[in-house]
Design a protein around this ligand. Sequence first.
Ligand code: SAM
Length: 259
Amino acid sequence: MNNVKLSQRLGLLLEQIPRGSKLADIGSDHALLPLAAVQTGRAASAVAGEVNPGPFRAAQKAVQDAGLTGRISVRRGDGLEVLRPEEADCITIAGMGGALIASILNRGSLEGKLGGVRTLLLQPNVGEDILRRWLLDNGWVLTAEALLEEDGKRYEVLTAVPEDKDTGVTNESLYADAAKAGGERPYRMDMLLNMGPWLIRQPNPVFFAKWQDEISKLERIRKSLSHSEQESAESKRSEIGEFIQEITEVLACLPKDKP
Ligand code: SAM
């Protein structure tokens, strides 16, 4: 079989896989990412994990058709339960919500499945802030973030490694440096978790478009709350108003890409 063709989104994940990795791709669907990773030498071997029977069978077939059953093990199971401890050193989880990715990592971590993992590559469709919070609370440091738009959808790709005080790769320094980028008004932690400590310092046109759309969405919610008779509506309205204000201020101060 010819090498698989990847979307720009999966291509970006592929580029972040350290060469020669022992990869585990969780929620692998058609196993496109592990196939490309093994075919390009990014991964020496791979596990493709799938919880649902349809995608599991599709992954099995794709790996068989590619003649790579000796190097890619397709396994059916929930999250990281398909892995033996120390089996993978790079884990990719893409195309799910941030809360689901965080819960998969959390369960896996409690079961010791993250031992030996040097790189997490995560692509949440929504709920990026929840995932960043999980990484922060669990000793994983973001070393890169990317934001791209493809076929009218926006995707974030997060790369994280274990915190290491000896080499200075710590969340403390990551978030302190990112906060300082706000200048006289350092960015608040909540804002960094929402916008991304790297993305906020390297904003591209997709970043501006994403947050302008977010402002419009919040405006609509705020407006709809003004018709609500619930007691909590007013405080929710003002909370949203403050958030809109803060996003607007951050966007206004960021360097804009020249067209
Ligand atoms: N990772 C591929 C990608 O990014 O193109 C496929 C993304 S697809 C939208 C999400 C896949 O995750 C589905 O095939 C689904 O069956 C699988 N999935 C959802 N929850 C899972 C879990 N807890 N464990 C393993 N796979 C899961």
